[in-house]
Design a protein around this ligand. Sequence first.
Ligand code: ADP
Ligand code: ZN
Length: 522
Amino acid sequence: MSDTVPSPREILASVFGFSDFIGLQEPIIDNVMRGGDSLVLMPTGGGKSLCYQIPAMLRNGVGICVSPLIALMHDQVQGLTQMGIRAACLNSSMDPNTAYDIERMVENGQLDLLYVAPERLCKPGFLDFLSRCNPSLFAIDEAHCVSQWGHDFRPEYMQLSVIKERFPHVPRLALTATADEPTQADIIRNLQLEQAQVFATGFDRPNIRYMVSPKKNATAMLKRFIKENHPNDAGIVYRLSRKKVDATAEFLQKNGFNALPYHAGMTPGDRARNQDRFMREEGVIIVATVAFGMGVDKPNVRFVCHLEPPKSLEAYHQETGRGGRDGLPATAWMCFGMQDIAVLRSMIESGEADETRKRVEHSKLASLFAFLETAGCRRQALLGYFGEHIEPCGNCDNCLSPVDTWDGTVAAQKALSNIFRTEQRFGVNYLTQVLVGKENDRIKQFGHHRVSTFGIGQEMTQEQWKSVYRQLLASGLVSVDLDRFNALALNERSWPVLKGEQEVRFRTDPVLPRASKKKKRA
Ligand code: ADP
Ligand code: ZN
C-alpha cells in the first residue's frame, strides 16, 4: 500500500469497480468515517453493504458485521474475498479449528471485515476478545430483528445494545430494508442509537405511477384498465384468494388476454409452467396470490394490479416494486371497496396471533387505509411511511388530477346518525339505501322508511354515500362490527363529529360521479 490513504471513492472504483455512489452511500460512508452512528434504511438491493464495507477497509482495525443469516454471510465473504478484501466469518456451524484460525487473524490485524452471528458476538468471552482487537466499526445488518413490530423479531438482537456499552467510541451502523416508523423507533431505542443520523433512501420508484380507485365491479374495471393503458403488456394482477385468481384469469382469457393463474393450490408443475411462460413470453398477464413474486425478476413488467388491497404498505411497496424494473414507465393500479377493508380486518382478528401482534397488524392496516383515501400525493404518503420525505411527485393519480376536498361535516353527521337510527346493525349497502330514500321491501320490513334519516341524503348518489362511509371508516370515525356481518357501528370518535365539535373533509372522488353531476342527469 502507498502511504496516502485512498478515498472512499477510490476504493469504490478500484476494488468494487463502480464509478459512482448510489443513493446516500457517500454521506453514510462519510458519517462512519467521522465516527458517527448511522441508521440506514434502504430497500433490498439498495446498496447497503458498501456503506460499511468501504469504511471497514479504510478505518484502522477490523470492522464487525452482525448478521443473522449464516448462509448469506458465507456468500458475502466469498464475494469479498474474490475481490481481494480481507474478510471472514465466524458462526456456530463452523469447526473449532477454523474458528480458532480466524480469531488469530483478527487478533493479528489481518482482517478488514469479520461477520458474526449475534448470539456469538454477545458472549462475554467474545466481547473480551474483541476489545483486544481494535474494532473499527460495528454494522448491524437486518436491524429490524431488534423490533417486535416487524415480522422477524430475534431476542438475541436485544442484547446488541451491549456494543454501545462496551465500545462507546466505535461507530455503529444499523441497516435494514424494513423501515416503517414504529420499527425505526424500536431500533433506535433498543440499540441505543439516539445519536445516530438517519439515512432513508431508495424506496422511491419514480417510474411507477400509483393509481387507486374505489371498487365497482373489479374485473370489469381491470379489463378497462388494461385495455386503455396496457393492451399488450406483461403485468401482474394480485388477488386475495385462490378462487378469485382462477376466476379472474378465466375472465381475462375469455376477453382475449393472455392471462395465466398462479397460486399455492396448483400443482408445482403447473405453477412452474405458468411462471416460466410469464418470464419468457411477451405480454403475459399473471393473475396470482401473494405466493407469486419471490425471486421473480422480469424487467419489463408494465403494470401491477391489486384487486384487493395488500395487508400493509410494506407489502404494497414490495409487490408494486415488481413493475418497471427496467426503469421505463409502469403503472401500479389498485381498487378497493368497503368489503375488502372488512375482510382484511377480520383476517387479522381470526388469525392465530396474540393481542399485541393483532394491534400491530391493525395499525399497519390503518396506515394502508390512510394511503388509500389520501387526497394528497400517493408517493409522498407511501415514502413517508418509510421515513423518506419528498415533494409531490407529479406521477400519481392525485398529483395528475388533484383531488378536490369538500367540507363533509354535515354529510358525516347524516351518515353517522343514519347508523345510529338503524341501530348499528347494517352494512354500507343498506345504509346508503336508507339515506337516499329507497323504499324497498327490506327497508319497510324493518320500518326504516320511518326513521328520521330516511331520504335525508338525496343530494348525493348511493355511490357517493358509499365513498363517505369508506372515508369515515378509513379515518377511524366509524367501526366495523365483525360479529354482525360487518355492520357499521359508531365508536368513541364518532361522537365529536355528531355533536358538531369536529369538522370533517372528504375527497371529492374523481372516479365517482360528483354531487353536481346528479342534477344534470336528472
Ligand atoms: P442491499 O444490502 O441493500 O440489499 P447490496 O449491498 O447487496 O444491497 O447491493 C445491491 C447491488 O447493488 C449489488 O449487486 C451491488 O454490487 C450493487 N451496488 C452497490 N453499490 C453500487 C454502486 N455504487 N454502483 C453500482 N452498483 C452498486
Ligand atoms: Zn404524486
